[in-house]
Design a protein around this ligand. Structure first.
Ligand code: SAH
Ligand code: AVI
Length: 311
């Protein structure tokens, strides 16, 4: 008789990916507590230009960005992580409520507590949930004009059609009067992109491999991290970084009543990171009920911060 195993939603999602012809793991599984800390280390790497470049833009353009945003508003930040980038805008925008959302529960809690302490005039109301699902804003905040702050080019981790679905959801959330401040990484030469996802210290490799430790915890599995290798390449035709975990040997794992087999050299897809042009961002906006009101770029045109106004 086969053993009945009752699985939770995360376990089903992960097992479905690992049984597919092209194996995959949703990139949200990078982010257990250790993954969130490793991402913070990535943001400090010389090769990883997006974070420092976006911070420079936010710092120098905060007052211009604030022109588009009502005071005393409510700001929602999906995938807020460390909640550091909103700080560049807080004094200029002066919202009443900040709702950081993330899947990495403990990391979010710590980030939100720090922000709350540093900005006593701000109501910080963190939400632990998946940003692909609609977010519930507590009814006491209903009267505020709503804006979304979505920095870091996390939008690039969606397939372009899913990015439109996500932005449509954000359009519903902000209504006729709000908008979204959207950080998007731009097209550039292959070497810069390749280096950003293949850093010399191997932090991105650790971040990618940590996914296996995270899913080991969720599945009660025993994937061995040293039997896999980090692989990241730029696909210039599709204009995206592709990240994989490569199995270094043939292996079979028994996990929650399923047999998972890996061939030597087989790839598990873990992330896409799409890079856009300003025209591409305008297209995303118009497909999802926004218009691209303004884009702010750094001098080298590596990264963009955009304001998408409800249309
Ligand atoms: N906004 C920060 C962090 C970006 S890293 C910055 O710009 O530096 C991506 C963040 O999104 C992480 O904190 C991760 O935990 C979160 N995340 C990834 N997938 C998610 C999902 N499906 N739902 C909610 N949060 C998610
Ligand atoms: C969160 N996200 C936008 C990062 C990116 O660059 O796509 C995640 C990351 N993956 C590897 N390095 C950083």
């Amino acid at each position: 008789m086969s053993k009945q195993v009752s699985l939770n939603q995360e376990q089903v999602e992960i097992l479905t990916g690992l049984k597919a012809d092209q194996k995959f793991i949703n990139p949200k599984y990078f982010y257990n507590h250790r993954g969130s800390k490793l991402f913070e280390k990535i943001t400090q790497l010389d090769e990883y230009y997006p974070t420092r470049t976006e911070r420079l833009i936010l710092e120098s353009c905060a007052n211009d960005i604030a022109q588009y945003i009502d005071k005393q508003s409510l700001i929602i930040e999906p995938g807020a992580g460390s909640c550091k980038k909103i700080e560049y805008l807080l004094e200029a925008i002066h919202p009443s409520v900040y709702v950081p959302q993330d899947v990495s529960a403990e990391f979010l809690k710590q980030s939100a507590e720090r922000l709350s302490k540093d900005y006593p005039w701000l109501t910080v109301s963190p939400v632990v949930s998946d940003f692909s699902e609609p977010i519930n804003i507590p009814s006491e905040f209903e009267r505020h004009t709503k804006y979304v702050f979505y920095p870091g080019s996390t939008i690039g981790n969606f397939e372009p059609e899913d990015a439109v679905t996500f932005l449509r959801q954000m359009r519903q959330l902000v209504g006729e009067t709000g908008g979204i401040v959207l950080g998007v990484d731009l097209h550039k030469d292959n070497e810069t992109l390749h280096a950003a996802y293949n850093d010399k210290k191997g932090i991105t490799a650790e971040f990618n491999l940590n996914t296996l430790a995270h899913i080991n915890d969720i599945l009660g599995a025993s994937f061995k991290l040293d039997e896999f290798e980090h692989l990241a390449l730029y696909n210039s035709q599709q204009q995206r970084i592709e990240m994989y975990l490569k199995s270094l040997k043939a292996a079979r794992y028994e996990v929650l009543g399923e047999t998972l087999s890996f061939e030597k050299g087989e790839l598990i897809h873990t992330e896409h990171s799409y890079k856009y042009t300003i025209d591409g961002i305008a297209e995303l906006a118009s497909k999802s009920g926004f218009k691209l009101a303004h884009s702010w770029l750094d001098g080298d045109e590596l990264f963009s911060v955009n304001y998408l106004q409800a249309d």
